[in-house]
Design a protein around this ligand. Structure first.
Ligand SMILES: [Zn+2]
Length: 46
């Protein structure tokens, strides 16, 4: 019987360097649009 527990990888969370929000790695911060110190998303304040 094969276990599938090892196939699931837990997402690596990191803190946003700009706003400090805890976000999964490899994605831009949804709140401020910053990824690894660079602003990659245009987040406009409504
Ligand atoms: Zn942020």
């Amino acid at each position: 019987m094969r276990r599938g527990a090892n196939r699931w990888k837990a997402p690596i969370f990191s803190a946003c360097s700009d706003c400090g929000a805890t976000i999964p790695s490899h994605i831009a911060c949804p709140s401020c649009g910053t990824y690894r110190g660079r602003k990659v998303l245009e987040v406009e304040a409504f």
